[in-house]
Write a protein of this length. Sequence first.
Lengths: 116, 112
Amino acid sequence: GAVVSQHPSWVICKSGTSVKIECRSLDFQATTMFWYRQFPKQSLMLMATSNEGSKATYEQGVEKDKFLINHASLTLSTLTVTSAHPEDSSFYICSAQRAGSNYGYTFGSGTRLTVV
Amino acid sequence: GQNIDQPTEMTATEGAIVQINCTYQTSGFNGLFWYQQHAGEAPTFLSYNVLDGLEEKGRFSSFLSRSKGYSYLLLKELQMKDSASYLCAVRPSSGSARQLTFGSGTQLTVLP
């Protein structure tokens, strides 16, 4: 149990376009999902915390108008990178916390975004 | 603020034992996690410590000392497939959903 599906696994887009990344909890309800970004040889940096039915909480330095997060249901959160630039190229990973679980975090498989 | 330190790189030989240390200074503490991450993949859960002491799980063990703000991950009988980045993460406070704060990761290379 506790599987999180993240799609797409990789995407290449042109500068100025938008890309949507989906994160789905397949066999449990996730009241909270976290979005991380990871640059090569660096650790995971939290971008935002997404709660079902409410606005996401963004970390300092993360532009909420550029990284749009929607958590419309207990099993789906989406991250949209708007007007992407080459510096947005990174590995994006979501993590879902099970409802009622004190410490169960499950990671998605990640999305490699390359902006050309 | 949150500060989590771990060595950047370590190298060990197949069959050996390696200990990866992690020290932390966080505002509140409600558990420390260890994750393994292979290049280009998502992290996979290895262990969780919330009380002091040693947790053993097969070839991997994790230790925690809350008073010292210190943890280590011990890997025994190293295999080539253990070459990966090992991430220490702290859950800074209790209550409902709280995000994990990750250390920078330790890149372990296992040599034949």
